[in-house]
Design a protein around this ligand. Structure first.
Ligand code: CA
Length: 350
């Protein structure tokens, strides 16, 4: 394997767009939630494991999540990553009360933006919010973008089992659209109503449950008319679009069949008609956790090569070998540069 370097000598910079951090205060808040008991089963399964396990992988991840300095930069250098676009790790504020979640989002945004100012060539920040804090969440997006220089908003999927298409979360969507920043819709464990058969089979986490739940969240935004209400809103989804590109044909066929038959009185025809039109015009897809050429090429083919971006998923999944695999994709340099660099520069206004 040739040595991975930053600086773009391979013809493009590598900008990784779904990279995670966690302030120590959030880990402490999670410990308290776990100790108090009566927590969401998904949160217990994920954080109960990560916080308490002494195994090598969870310790590696926890040390790196909490660092926004030399440790992270050294890991980026070793993997040839020029820039990380960083967001508050799952489940972020969204397992907390609205009040605690809002306070944590302010702390996280102050902390992350400080690091971004210190390393402006290496770090870009995504703002955390607590969507259940209503108007305050919208105000925090405005502050984080206009005062702190953040370039996106990260939402860790469901909010206590509720979804962003609910009008009660309108302030978050309205602010993101008004400030012209994308929302990175990142997974967390499925809510209690959904998780039982996954827990029984060990499929609740990143292996499968994350993608199923987040893919459904993205689809809810489309079919419940969020993009007809907020037409300029842009949403980024990771993990090869949580498999939605592969579903597109059937989504269009069955959605239109359901609309024609008036099967659900709450489902109205969409302005852009097809579900796939929204995936092509209101979504970006990253390959976080999927260093797999056929999947990346398929997404480029059906969503468009201007809408597929590189992500590593640091520190959860960061083998340097995956960077080499992607460097070696059989793809024109121009397309590879869009994937690794220029799409991210455009989406995050770098
Ligand atoms: Ca991630």
């Amino acid at each position: 394997m040739t040595e991975l370097k930053t600086g773009g000598s391979q013809g493009y910079l590598r900008i990784a767009t779904e990279e995670a951090f966690a302030p120590p205060e959030m880990i402490e808040a999670y410990r308290k939630l776990l100790a108090a008991g009566d927590v969401d089963p998904g949160f217990y399964s994920l954080m109960g494991f990560y916080i308490n396990s002494q195994a090598e992988r969870p310790r590696f991840i926890f040390d790196r999540l909490q660092d926004l300095g030399e440790l992270r930069l050294a890991d980026m250098d070793a993997r040839g990553i020029d820039r990380q676009v960083i967001g508050l790790t799952a489940p972020g504020t969204q397992v907390m009360t609205a009040e605690d979640g809002h306070a944590l989002s302010i702390l996280a945004n102050d902390r992350l933006s400080e690091a971004c100012r210190k390393y402006p060539d290496r770090f870009t920040g995504m703002a955390a919010v607590a969507p259940h804090a209503g108007e305050k969440a919208g105000q925090e997006i405005e502050r984080a973008v206009s005062k702190l220089g953040m370039k996106a908003v990260v939402i860790n999927s469901h909010i206590h089992g509720e979804y962003l298409d609910d009008p009660k979360f309108g302030a978050t969507l309205e602010a993101a659209e008004a400030m012209d920043v994308p929302i990175y819709l990142h997974p967390q464990t499925p809510p209690a109503d959904m998780i039982r058969p996954m827990l029984e089979s060990g499929l609740d986490g990143a292996i499968f449950g994350f993608g199923v739940e987040t893919g459904m969240h993205a689809l809810r935004l489309i079919v419940k008319g969020v993009f007809d209400r907020y037409p300029k809103l842009q949403v980024i989804i990771g993990h090869m679009g949580e498999a939605l590109p592969y579903w597109m044909y059937r989504l269009d066929f069955m959605h239109q069949a359901g609309i024609r038959a008036a099967r659900y009185d709450f489902l109205k025809p969409l302005k852009k008609e097809k579900v796939s039109n929204y995936l092509k015009e209101n979504f970006y897809i990253t390959n976080s956790g999927v260093a797999w050429e056929p999947a990346i090429k398929f997404a480029q083919q059906v969503i468009g090569e201007d809408r597929v971006l590189y992500a590593m998923d640091f520190p959860y999944q960061c083998p340097p070998e995956e960077v080499t695999i992607l460097d070696n994709m059989d793809m024109p340099l121009e397309t590879k540069k869009k994937f690794f660099q220029t799409n991210a520069e455009r989406v995050f206004k770098l």
